[in-house]
Design a protein around this ligand. Structure first.
Ligand code: PEP
Ligand code: MN
Length: 263
């Protein structure tokens, strides 16, 4: 599947990186420029945020989308951002190269059907309580509408374990690849919820056969309005990319960078 020149699901590995949420122009631009310099292929950043608490920062909304649009042009990095509501699909699709359906919405069937009518890639995150079968049936809601560009993302599931935010189910990677032809990526940021654990699980995901990673990176993690505790600093991300390139090479793959200039 081609995301504005980035070929996902082939022999290449895509690294999607950026802040959990778009917070300001400076925060987004500084982070985006740095992840690009380190070799990220796609930029992430939430404008509409599904927060567990209604009293926490909910995202910048359309302003955030505009900032994503600006830095997309400057860096040439395609952008993925979350859509939470059928009423916002059209707006988000104007700015995003790929739309993210978050874990909390994996079983929002009207939303799945709505993005199924788009001609844009969809990043579908596994529901935190979803079985592999439920995950694949959710993907089918999108595919059945005619949109065959779906990327599956394992992001950790809820278990009895409390030492990590979620339990990252890396066995889902070979299982999903066995059961489908869809690209499979891993989110070690939400999967662990702990910054220092992200590099280990990112490397393990690539070794397990994932087609890519999505990771939270922030230019000042300690000041982040959302998920700072699981966000890598710019230096940590850069260091991790060096290791990921070696692992990719060891299994006969390579980390992809964008090849098109975006309009
Ligand atoms: C996110 O990617 O920022 C996010 C909210 O992820 P999830 O839906 O997996 O919790
Ligand atoms: Mn997050």
């Amino acid at each position: 599947m081609n995301i504005q020149g980035v070929e996902v699901g082939g022999s290449g590995i895509v690294v999607i990186a950026g802040p959990c949420a778009v917070e300001s122009a400076v925060q987004l631009y500084e982070t985006a420029r740095a992840v690009k310099a380190s070799g990220a292929g796609i930029l992430r950043g939430g404008a509409f945020k599904p927060r567990s608490s209604p009293y926490k920062f909910q995202g910048m909304g359309e302003e955030g989308l505009k900032l994503l649009g600006n830095i997309r042009k400057e860096t040439g990095l395609p952008v993925v951002t979350e859509v939470m509501d059928t009423r916002q699909v059209e707006l988000v699709a104007e700015y995003a190269d790929m739309l993210q359906i978050g874990s909390r919405n994996m079983q929002n069937y009207p939303l799945l059907k709505e993005v199924g009518m788009l001609h844009k890639p969809i990043l579908l995150k596994r529901g935190m309580m979803a079985t592999i079968e439920e995950f694949l049936l959710a993907a089918e809601y999108i595919l059945n509408q005619g949109n065959d560009q779906v990327i599956l993302c394992e992001r950790g599931i809820r278990t009895f374990e409390t030492s990590t935010r979620n339990t990252l189910d890396l066995s889902a990677v070979p299982m999903l690849k066995h059961l489908t032809h869809l690209p499979v990526i891993v989110d070690p940021s939400h999967g662990t919820g702990i910054r220092w654990m992200v590099p280990a699980m990112a490397k393990a995901a690539i070794a397990a056969g994932a087609d890519g990673l999505i990771m939270e990176v922030h230019y000042k993690p300690e000041e982040a309005l959302c998920d700072g505790y699981q966000s890598l600093s710019l230096d940590e991300f850069n260091l991790l990319m060096t290791d990921l390139k070696k692992i990719a090479r060891a299994i006969g793959r390579e980390i992809l960078s964008p090849t098109l200039s975006l309009v």
